[in-house]
Design a protein around this ligand. Sequence first.
Ligand code: ADP
Ligand code: MG
Length: 243
Amino acid sequence: MIDVRNIYKTFFVPHEIQAIVDVSSKIKAGEVVVVIGPSGSGKSTFLRCLNRLEMADRGHIYIKGVDILSPKTDINKVRAEVGMVFQSFNLFPHKTVFDNVTLAQRVVRKRSQEDAAQKAMTLLDKVGIRDKANAYPDQLSGGQQQRVAIARALAMDPEVMLFDEPTSALDPEMIGEVLDVMKTLAREGMTMVVVTHEMGFAKEVADRVIFMDHGSIVEEGTPEHFFTSPVHDRTKLFLSQIL
Ligand code: ADP
Ligand code: MG
């Protein structure tokens, strides 16, 4: 599904930072990959490269065989196939929940109002907030807003879902409801790349855990390998700090 080959990303402002250094990874259809690592290790940049919110400087990224770094590739098409959920929800504040979930369906997928509405209500039902369809984002809790953001991304029928610390901005009592939606998606076979500090989620749901540090993948393996017998000192140190 995703084939990342030797990508690099350097930022030059405010000073030169090698955010991604020679990262390669293959992610299969239906696989759930959890990315962990210290702050500033390149996790968000890696995810953002996968839907070209950041353009990798070197290397190749193929999604279902499409070279997404090629100038010939229609990036809006790629983004429709690669849904993303952010820490900060990023809903349109002046639009209702219903409009948030139908807008891109109409504009990008060119669906009729009826089809978009039906899809929106089905997905709002799935994430447990059908009754909030006419509410505005600021009338919802953080957990509810994040579930709307997930429904909005799913409404595009993506092949892959990227999650960048989806529960980090939530009050503790709301983390579970968002993780539950993500667990359901995983069980249904969605291909997912998830940056999170929720190690319980990683242990329970991940097929593979990737540990990044200083822009590189230091270690990767099954959750069992990761949490019981990590090999690298940096992985051990990181786990000792967070567990
Ligand atoms: P993480 O998500 O693991 O915390 P990031 O991918 O956000 O790490 O950042 C990796 C490095 O790249 C950090 O040093 C960060 O400051 C830098 N960085 C990320 N985005 C930008 C940007 N748009 N401009 C400049 N530097 C950036
Ligand atoms: Mg980040």
